[in-house]
Design a protein around this ligand. Structure first.
Ligand SMILES: Nc1ncnc2c1ncn2[C@@H]1O[C@H](COP(=O)(O)OP(=O)(O)OP(=O)(O)O)[C@@H](O)[C@H]1O
Ligand SMILES: O=P(O)(O)OC[C@@]1(O)O[C@H](CO)[C@@H](O)[C@@H]1O
Length: 322
């Protein structure tokens, strides 16, 4: 089984650490770092750390591709990106003790023909049984049904598709007759998608089941420090793990998507999927950039994850399994 990742709109993440972010004030940065990123690239990077064979597809600006070239070389990721004229966006991540403020740019404008070139390259390479991760926003000019159309083509080939995006591109994919196998919205994205507030676990579960009724096999709703909700035909459960020191929250969701994909690759149960996904996410929180620590510590974290069947979670914490 092979894993293909797709990033139509990658980014270089510039992380600036401040003593305290105050709007309208002049700040002196405490530190600054840059890394190749964007959701699809982050997922590829974590999966490569886990030891998977990964081929990464998408569009890259040819003016500043060096950090991507270096990442792919170091991690042994097959580079199938199409280089286009221009500069890949630089997204700003402002970190202070209160959290991370993201300033994400639009990305290089492309015409639909470019998006189709990427889709054709992927569909040409994809084989029955492959796992394909589509992640991140679409750049300006890319039609909003790009993921929906690509998912339908990949499903026709016999691939399972994991989709992590938001807004209209996610809506199109979910409304399609051929929806993705897995989606991982975070709580806010799911609420926006369904245009209703999701104040508690009952509402979240109902929302996740709505997506399942539309044909998605596994719905994962990530909830930051509160963990994540996993819903499939095996049932529903929550998974969480407390973390001591957070190095960077950027890409925790992407590491979770990588963990879900690693679990799909081993045909894991819902509980094992929740353990791996949460372990990947929490392991990444301890690292700067889209990286996993030594695999032994990810395995150890997976054992530590607190998994709670949802019937129990909705009423009492007494049924926690460990
Ligand atoms: N502070 C935290 N403590 C423990 N676990 C966390 C924390 N923050 C994130 N996680 C883990 O990471 C997972 C993904 O985080 P989150 O819900 O913030 O994803 P996201 O919004 O998609 O993030 P991003 O867009 O930055 O990748 C959570 O479901 C949880 O398992
Ligand atoms: O603008 P998008 O594509 O929605 O998100 C882009 C982004 O915030 O996602 C990753 C974290 O998940 C970062 O590497 C990157 O900057």
């Amino acid at each position: 089984m092979r894993i293909l990742t797709v990033a139509f709109n990658p980014a270089i993440d510039q992380t600036v650490t401040l003593d305290r972010l105050v709007p309208g004030e002049v700040h002196r940065a405490r530190s600054v770092r840059q890394n190749a990123g964007g959701k699809g690239v982050n997922v590829a990077s974590c999966l490569a750390d886990w030891g998977e064979d990964v081929s990464a597809y998408g569009l890259l600006g040819s003016d500043n591709a060096a950090s991507f070239d270096a990442l792919f070389a170091v991690k042994g990721i097959e580079d199938r990106f199409i280089r286009i004229a221009g500069t890949t966006r630089v997204n700003l991540k402002l970190v202070d003790p209160a959290g991370t403020t993201d300033i994400n740019l639009d990305g290089i404008a492309v015409d639909p023909g470019r998006a189709e070139m990427v889709a054709a390259t992927i569909c040409d390479a994809a084989r029955e049984g492959d796992l394909v991760v589509l992640a991140g926003s679409l750049p300006p000019g890319c039609p909003p049904d790009t993921y929906a159309a690509l998912t339908a083509r990949l499903r026709a080939i016999g691939c399972r598709v994991v989709l992590d995006t938001s807004g209209l591109p996610m809506k199109c994919a979910l409304e399609s007759a051929q929806p993705p196998h897995v989606v991982k919205p975070n709580r806010d994205e799911l609420s926006q998608l369904l245009a209703r507030p999701l104040p508690d676990m009952v509402a979240l579960l109902e929302a996740a089941r709505t997506l399942r009724d539309g044909g998605v096999a596994l719905v994962v709703v990530s909830m930051g420090a509160d963990g994540a909700l996993f819903v499939s035909d095996e049932g529903a459960l929550t998974a969480r793990l407390a973390i001591g020191e957070v190095a960077s929250t950027v890409g925790a969701g992407d590491a979770m998507v990588a963990g879900i994909t690693a679990a799909l690759a081993e045909e894991a149960s819902l509980e094992r999927t929740a353990r791996l996904a949460t372990a990947f996410a929490v392991a990444k929180l301890g690292m700067a950039g889209p990286n996993l620590p030594a695999l032994a510590s990810v395995h150890a974290l997976a054992e530590e994850v607190i998994v709670t069947p949802i019937e129990t979670a909705a009423t009492t914490a007494a049924g926690e399994t460990r």
